[in-house]
Design a protein around this ligand. Sequence first.
Ligand code: GLN
Length: 448
Amino acid sequence: AQHFLRRSAEHADLGAFLVQDEDVTLAQARAADVLLASGTAPALAGVPIAHKDVFVTKDFPTTAGSKMLRGYRSPFDSTVVSNLASQGMVTLGKLNCDEFAMGSANENSAYGPVKNPWDIARVPGGSSGGSAAAVAARLAPAATGTDTGGSIRQPGSFCGITGIKPTYGRASRYGMIAFASSLDQAGPMARTAEDCALLLSAMCGPDLDRDSTSLDVPAEDFSRSLGESIEGLRIGVPKEFFGSGLAGDVRACIEAALKEYEKQGARLVEVSLPRTEMAIPVYYIIAPAEASSNLARFDGVKFGHRASHYSDLEDMYKKTRAEGFGEEVLRRIMTGTYVLSHGYYDAYYLQAQKIRRMIADDFQQVFKQCDLIAGPVAPTVAWQLGAQERDPLADYLADIFTLPASLAGLPGMTVPAGFGEGGMPVGMQLIGNYLQEARLLNVAHRLQ
Ligand code: GLN
């Protein structure tokens, strides 16, 4: 823990951490030492981890990357954090992220951007950019992330690390600050699939009393099949993931990784996910709709920021929200409110829900032909900081390959697959059917 605290201080310019507290971390480390000395410590006891700042923690403030929650301290720990703490893991601090997890580059944080450790002129991806940068720069051996539309997979890919978003409902959302509740999932980000398997096993499990969408399936040992042969495994390669929008350097890395799987005895099967492009408008209707409802709680009364000058209650709400939310969050609240309003609901929100169902059905058709799906995580490597700042649409379009699995609630992960333009890392995405995380992790492990 001391090593990682020191390293984080040395690399504070990356902007990965929002808050650290040496006293808290070292007290947890000493408690882990006691556990280790007892001889009955769980596998992860004493291993340091840092948490994305959307997980509420009682020992550290939680901001979700927003000015709205500056100085907020939760009276309790989120289930994911407490599950990991009960394994004896030691918290190194809270990690920067896009405000309320809305973004693909970590440029939407109220506390400044995060830099990509491979090239500090580039973005680390988002919204779990602090998590990806911290693991890549070895400021932490592991981190938590959240993925609503790609926020574990895409920054993982941009920073050359491994990360997995489990099946929707595997990890409890209790104490995870809500963005889009029907999509939000927590997951681990670490160096290898093996590390992710250990972490995922510790994070997940039913939490039925506190999260109504928690899956009633027992916690699993996700590392149980690591090392199994992939002989005869059918890997589906969706042709829509390899269209003209895919950069040549990324394509080359993914194709090389697929060849490696063939060498190991897997069979590649061309499949089709015909509604891939529709995932963008569908997601950017549903996610803002849910966000506009979830973010209604930030009104200056219960949490965090409150405007200091106002004339009456309504004026207080208005000023608080105008001051507390950043530009992208305001954009999503307005979009979300619009698509839910009378007269537009049927045309936008309801249509989007119908296509969401079709996207999920498309995957079930594909899983009749293959055991898992492989393709790129993102169309390009990490872009330059500031390059897309004035163009939110450019960020939205870059989410094309991660959104379909999110809308379907399927598990997806990123595994490093090589290096592209400028020596930047390229991640390969693996998507499995529901509850197939162990298989995904094994297939990722075969590349490491
Ligand atoms: N980039 C997507 C968005 O901005 C996904 C973010 C996420 O997964 N939290 O909404």
